[in-house]
Design a protein around this ligand. Sequence first.
Ligand code: R5P
Length: 299
Amino acid sequence: MILPGSSSQALAATLATECDEPLAVAEYRRFPDGELLVSAPALAGEGEGREADVRPVDIDGGRAVVVASTVTSDAHVELLQLQDAAREAGADEVVTVVPYMGYARQDKAFRPGQPASARAVARAISAEADRVVLVNPHEPSVADFFDVPCEAVDAASRLAEPLPDDLDEPLFLSPDAGAISIAETVRDAYGDGDTDYFEKARDYDTGEIEISPSGAPVEGRDVVLVDDIIATGSTMSESIGVLRDRGAANVYVTCVHPLLASNARTKLERAGIRALYGTDTIERDVSAVSVAPAIAAHL
Ligand code: R5P
């Protein structure tokens, strides 16, 4: 049985179809003091009217698959509650799928006194999970923070699907060295083109990004910028600016996790792009492809 967090309802439904598992209709409530209460009281499509809404899920020795991107701190609490609700309903095995794992970029104490936030949330999730499935975590080593078996699914190849078939001398470019393997995966799935990466420096205090271009020729070429995540959009908008200055023809922007916080969309549109899209690890209007098939292969 699939139990969705509120931030991953569409992906959970696609996954339920992909795996031919029932989909629970979770209920998301907030108390007046701001606390959350997430429960999974009814099976989708079962019963009628109000009665169906109060029928408890009976997993009875079976498997529960909790699917929840921890895109906010609330979503993280929801995930923990869903795991506990699954146990309450008799689940023998709880598999927790975290399509986008929040806090994963704070994977060490960058300054004295800071936490390794990724380790803290991984340990909390581990308490009620039998195993965990992540999708393209920022650093693969994040999987080691879990106290239970954890697999990282690579869904990057799906990012080739929405691209036009007739890109002109395509260059698949990552804005820093860390994402070059994702750019290579997308190029391989597309079946044509070169790969390269920029060098990136971020000022820790101001968040300002400085991009140093590579030597790859871009003039007149179609460039596909590929990253694992777009958060504030600063990395991508600076990269687009460099490509525009150097005469790139069309710039396509794609990522696994389209977080798109605050004014990221505006920054990208103003920088001048042909298209922007990502996957449904974070459900946005740019989520053009689903990672459900890649996750299903690991369930
Ligand atoms: C960093 O190493 C990541 O791969 C992304 O480049 C980064 O998280 C994007 O952040 P932003 O959109 O805020 O520049």
